[in-house]
Design a protein around this ligand. Structure first.
Ligand SMILES: [Mg+2]
Length: 385
């Protein structure tokens, strides 16, 4: 079997005028072969830019045997060396192609991708969703969800305190402050210490991910599991965080970490250091989520999978079949390959527009002003001594 061509499908995946979400785009990839079989994948990492990268890479992939996945990935990494470190844009381009190759292989061998990645440890995977008020959580709890993430940059402490006060004790809560560049290490420690009493499943991206030593300083001073990794690619992006025992939960993004093989290597590195695996999924489309499901099904150190319940309407139109979700868990499918296909006619209804969070960027930069408000709700630094 030989690869003959690659199609890309870029779409708008946000809510109009909704700021950050309004800028969300999804990029799906279809890799075709001379036997009529094709595979689907999804790339994140700045989808509109990644689409161009995939066009540049396509001539290197055409004519190759789609079964030799690792070899193709290595060739694409070498092809990008002249552009500097690969980063999440380059890794995102490789990821979409790589994911589609796993789909081809599974379909050709008539077996699910999880079977190619080592076999199933889990038949279903626990999900968490985003919820910021007790009412939202209660609505999702009626569907069986028992784990929620909130936070943001404006009032993370107040939101967590309200949820912990109003919800049953057995509900798991997570705080994500998205590692804004204006948040200092001492502030992240102060916030983390104030969050300790709420017994979080994890405290995510307490500072910007660029300096592992900064996250390490937070981790040394805060008695909560620390999670990070969504903005990194390859094992190298998270190596120090894992090997130095800085983080407790690693969160690679299934659309831009470098592909399912790269994710599997990250998971193995994490497992050897007692670090749990909880892929980032908040901005991803449904194909990458399904790829994460196949991988996570094989992992003994899988913790929990991010999932947007009640996402934008187009999510439920552009892929079929839709995942089966039962009582807050996603069912690992038994169909060959990834077990899903994209719907190009539906994707065409949502033309790509913008792909940067410009409407709210100023708001976000100014969020340092909110720091005073949410830190004033936390104990003073002297109280920790
Ligand atoms: Mg996050």
């Amino acid at each position: 079997m030989k690869i003959t061509s690659i199609d890309t499908f870029l779409m708008h995946a946000g809510v109009p005028d909704s700021g950050g979400w309004g800028a969300r785009n999804w990029l799906f990839v279809r890799v075709h072969t001379d036997e009529g079989l094709y595979g689907v994948g999804e790339s994140s990492g700045w989808p509109r830019v990644v689409e161009t990268a995939i066009r540049d890479l396509t001539p290197l992939v055409v004519g190759q045997d789609p079964f030799h996945i690792e070899s193709i990935v290595q060739q694409l990494q070498v092809a990008m060396m002249g552009h500097g470190m690969t980063g999440v844009v380059g890794a995102g381009a490789i990821t979409g192609i790589e994911m589609a190759l796993w789909d081809i292989k599974g379909k050709a061998l008539d077996t699910p991708v999880w079977n190619l990645l080592g076999g199933k440890v889990h038949d279903t995977l626990r999900l968490y969703t985003h919820a910021h008020t007790p009412d939202q959580c209660l609505r999702y709890m009626e569907r069986g969800f028992d784990a929620f993430k909130t936070g943001g940059v404006t009032e993370p402490l107040g939101k967590i305190r309200t949820l912990r006060d109003e919800l049953p004790d057995e509900i798991d809560l997570m705080a994500d402050v998205h590692g804004p560049p204006w948040l200092t290490v001492p502030d992240a420690i102060r916030l983390g210490k104030a969050l300790e009493e709420f017994d979080l499943l994890f405290y995510e991206d307490p500072v910007a991910p660029d300096i592992p030593g900064a996250i390490a300083e937070v981790a040394r001073n805060v008695n909560l599991p620390i999670a990070a990794g969504e903005r990194h690619a390859w094992t190298w992006g998270v190596q120090q965080l894992i090997e130095d025992h800085i983080i407790d939960v690693v969160q690679p993004d299934t659309g831009r970490a470098g592909g399912l093989n790269a994710m599997r290597k990250i998971a193995a590195l994490a497992e050897t250091h007692f670090v749990m695996f909880a892929p980032h999924d908040g901005s991803l489309g449904p194909v990458a989520e399904m790829a994460a499901v196949h991988l996570c099904a094989t992992l003994p150190n899988f913790l929990i999978l991010e999932h947007l319940e009640d996402d934008v309407p187009q999510r439920y139109e552009v892929m079929e079949p839709q995942p089966e979700i039962r009582a807050g868990h996603i069912v690992v499918p038994d169909r060959p390959g990834l077990g899903v296909d994209i719907v190009p006619e539906a994707i065409a209804h949502y033309p790509s527009s913008g792909n940067i969070a410009s409407p709210r960027t100023r708001h976000y930069v100014r969020s340092r002003a909110h720091r005073t408000r949410w830190l004033s709700a936390s104990p003073k630094r002297a109280d920790f001594n």
